[in-house]
Write a protein of this length. Sequence first.
Length: 213
Amino acid sequence: MAVVVLLGVTIAIDLFALWVGFEQRSLAADFVAGHFSAGSDADADRIDSLYGAAGIAQICALVATGVVFIVWFRRVRINAEVFRPDGHSRSRGWASWGWFVPVINLWAPRRVAIDTWDASLPEADLIPRKHPHTVINSWWSLWLLSNAIGRMAGSQYDKAESLGEIKSATEMLMFSDALDVAAAVAAIMFVRVLTRMQDEKALRGPVMAPFAV
């Protein structure tokens, strides 16, 4: 529940950043077109301050959500060992520190997520090891793409000097925010479905092997 709530907060902050981005883009377009007014400079300062506040809020939400998500992620990984002790290609430590190792963090958490998902499926020991992982792949792809574009957009925005460069960088930031919203929605689906599968599997208890006749 805590993970889902924090992901919801992340979505709300991203939507706020998107709104500020629309305002920034519109103002930059007005400046490029030569449409000035008495309050244009004040609007520019206000929007810049809002963008800065949105950025700080996004960082805080990322840290808080990341900590709680990793705690949950490690717990479901440990649960999965009970369901299928031999169904994991990585040890449980990868569920936590695997997020922080450069390069490895581009694929290791996804591998842990897939193994955990497969072990949590109904009757996991009686079905093939390969299953569709649409929810996991959607969440992971969107998350990686959002981070990559967000870093490029942030660097471009910091270096922007002309109005055209500011407008272009703002559009990239908006695209990154939209991707982050989509990634958070996919993450909520992943968290809810995996948690539900584990709850249901735990309530059913161990699967009894059929007696030979």
